[in-house]
Design a protein around this ligand. Structure first.
Ligand SMILES: [Zn+2]
Length: 429
């Protein structure tokens, strides 16, 4: 099939590049060719043609960090400090049932699809999101969340199962589900929650599993000053959370910075995605750059939890791969990547970051952060056909990317792996 549109966002070295009067050829789930419609239509005869008369065709958006199992909690758990917000979240979750998580996943997947996300980096805590993601036909890297700090007994849990099964069985279980689910659009990764909620011993085991199974790791790192203070053995605000979990604050690792701690542990390589990284120091940035780790930037979540602003410009100047993520509805008002991009542009434009840069982060940046840069993130021949169409901006200010950010709310069409998963008002074909 060939899809044409007044504008198509192709790419040059990962940077979006607009083609006026563009066309894309899709065959068996793959992009066969991209270019000016006048050329493409002649060089690829015999295809079914779909003309989108009022749209911009672009790569599907990549949301590198979400927790789809969480329902809207933001207004209920807002707090003065980050550690209190975490505690409020833990308490709020006590009242949630499996059916609440399932309903949240269903709603949240719809929100992702309608706003043009085609790939999601999902943190799965309750083992509910994988099945629904599969049914929806989204591309996903599902990271299984791991929390466990109990240093005394060395007992921790993987999605609650490890307490019942022990490590060996959990490793087997992970491998089993990996084999079962790795095929198709879904891949599995591991997400130790944060340096302050997973013990050094457990992190070492996780790293081993990840290496063995060739899995990517993502982790919340240096999100808040509370976290940094806890590791520096200062009063942090996490005392209450630790008490509530039955942990001793002495069990937290001692280090100058969360990044330094993980680096010294040998935890960093190109398969590591650090989420938030708001408190990263210049020294941390140097470590991150040398270890070739990626960063998930969740600016609205950082704003709502009051942790500060991530130094995006410094990361990009250092050549660190950055993707954008919405995080969950416990710390963000929506799962729309357009809302996330708008806000990111707002707070970083003063540093010379352009709307085009931001759209690059939400597509190719995200794909690279999830290790999928050879498959998705740009519209180029040979890549998977993950394509969205959004309305052509009504106002033309001369900066197409800024116009897109200002006006786009949702998509007209979304395609993953060549399969249409969403179509708004049918346009004539
Ligand atoms: Zn998160």
């Amino acid at each position: 099939m060939i899809i044409t549109a007044p504008i198509l966002l192709s790419s040059h070295n990962g940077v979006p590049e607009a083609i006026e009067g563009g066309a894309i050829v899709v065959q068996r789930g793959t992009i066969l060719d991209v270019g000016a419609a006048s050329v493409i239509l002649k060089s690829h005869p015999g295809h079914r043609i779909s003309n989108l008369s009022n749209a911009v065709l672009m790569p599907g958006l990549v949301n590198v960090h979400a927790h789809l199992e969480l329902p809207e909690l933001l207004t209920k758990i807002q707090a003065a400090t980050f550690s209190e917000w975490v505690l409020n979240l833990v308490n709020a979750k006590r009242h949630l049932k499996k059916s609440d998580y399932r309903a949240a996943v269903a709603d949240n997947i719809q929100a992702l699809i309608q706003s043009g996300t085609t790939t999601v980096g999902e943190i799965c805590t309750h083992n509910i999101s994988p099945t629904l993601l599969k049914q929806a036909g989204l591309r996903a890297l599902v990271f299984r969340e791991i929390i466990g700090m109990n240093k005394l007994s060395h007992r921790a849990y993987v999605n609650m199962q490890i307490l019942r099964l022990g490590y060996a069985q959990v490793v087997n279980k992970l491998s089993e589900s990996f084999r079962r689910r790795a095929a198709g659009l879904m891949r599995l990764g591991i997400s130790p929650h944060a340096p302050y909620t997973v013990s050094r011993e457990l992190l070492t085991k996780i790293k081993k599993i990840a290496r063995m199974r060739n899995m990517r790791i993502t982790m919340h790192v240096a999100e808040s000053m509370d976290e940094v203070l806890l590791l520096q053995r200062k009063k942090s605000g996490f005392e209450k959370l630790y008490h509530r979990a039955g942990w001793d604050t002495d069990w937290a690792p001692a280090a100058d910075s969360p990044f330094g701690y993980l680096h010294d542990l040998g935890f960093f390589d190109e398969c590591f995605l650090a989420v938030h990284a708001v408190q990263a120091t210049d020294r941390d940035i140097d470590l991150m750059q040398k270890a070739d780790i990626s960063v998930a930037h969740c600016p609205r979540s950082n704003k709502e939890t009051g942790v500060g602003t991530m130094p995006l410009k410094k990361f990009l100047d250092a050549g660190i791969t950055v993707g954008l993520g919405t995080d969950s509805l416990a710390s963000s008002p929506s799962l729309s990547m357009w809302d996330e991009m708008r806000y990111a542009f707002d707070i970083h434009r003063g540093d010379g970051i352009t709307a085009r840069d931001i759209i690059g982060l939400a597509t190719f940046g995200g794909a690279t952060a999830l290790g999928m840069e050879h498959e998705v993130g740009t519209l180029e021949p040979g890549k998977k056909a993950d394509i969205i169409a959004v309305p052509l901006p009504r106002r033309d200010t001369g900066d197409l990317y800024a116009d897109l950010l200002r006006e786009t709310k949702s998509c007209i069409m979304s395609m993953v792996n060549g399969k249409m998963i969403y179509r708004r008002n049918r346009e004539k074909t």
